[in-house]
Design a protein around this ligand. Structure first.
Ligand code: HEM
Length: 204
């Protein structure tokens, strides 16, 4: 899948002063609002997927992966900024039932950024599509669900009504995602010698 890119020079103000690496591999970047005040953006690069979450909460933010949309047996990643001392927390977890998810023995999610500002928590993290950890869910080209929850606080407890599921084929372009999605946006970025093509689907 990975095609070595060519090194090209770009002209800036008349000087060949900068060089960029042009990747010829096709990259997928998508954005979906999966619940009220809960937006997920993700990008796939070779075997790695990077997520950006923006959630309207000052409590914890949880995102999960499960083929049937239930919390039970979901692979869960959770993080937040603790309002008591502004420290951050971030865990690779799994749920065995309707109770506090358990931390995985092996942590396969890599935190890249975590902030809380004006009531909005933003998380950026990455993982391999296939981590090899039996406590994680493989991310494949198939219909599955994101599950999500936000905490009333940073004490990891029951989310009440702040939870939901969202049908999605994570590795597909939005057109092929399941019909449960009412609205979706797709940014298809083809990194080639041409300009980026940006496409938006109003209704799915
Ligand atoms: C201490 C932490 C947690 C506790 C005690 C808890 C508890 C529960 C309980 C009792 C239910 C069934 C009642 C209901 O539908 O509201 C439930 C459902 C649900 N939870 Fe959690 N939960 C926790 C964390 C999470 C996290 C982190 C996520 C997502 C990443 C999540 C996602 C869901 C979803 C999507 C449902 C509804 C779907 C289903 O029926 O399976 N939960 N949870």
């Amino acid at each position: 899948m990975q095609i070595p890119g060519a090194r090209d020079r770009i002209r800036v103000f008349g000087f060949y002063s900068a060089s960029i690496r042009r990747e010829k591999a096709v990259k997928l970047a998508r954005e979906e609002t999966i619940g009220p005040g809960y937006k997920v953006r993700w990008e796939v690069n070779n075997e790695t997927i990077t997520f950006d979450i923006e959630a309207n909460t000052t409590g914890y933010v949880g995102l999960g992966f499960n083929k049937n949309g239930s919390m039970t047996n979901a692979d869960i990643v959770m993080g937040g900024v603790d309002d008591r001392d502004n420290s951050t927390y971030f865990y690779d977890m799994h749920a065995v039932g309707f109770s506090r998810p358990i931390e995985d023995e092996h942590q396969d999610y890599k935190l890249l950024n975590l902030t809380q500002l004006n009531g909005v928590t933003r998380l950026r993290f990455s993982r391999n599509l296939i981590t090899g950890d039996p406590q994680d869910t493989d991310i494949k080209l198939e219909d599955t669900y994101f599950i999500w929850a936000t905490g009333l606080s940073d004490n990891i407890g029951y989310h009440g009504g702040n939870r939901g599921k969202f049908a999605v084929n994570i590795l597909a372009h939005a057109k092929t995602t399941t019909s449960e999605q009412k609205r979706g946006k797709i940014l298809r970025t083809f990194k080639s010698n041409k300009k980026h093509i940006i496409k938006e689907n109003k209704t799915i």
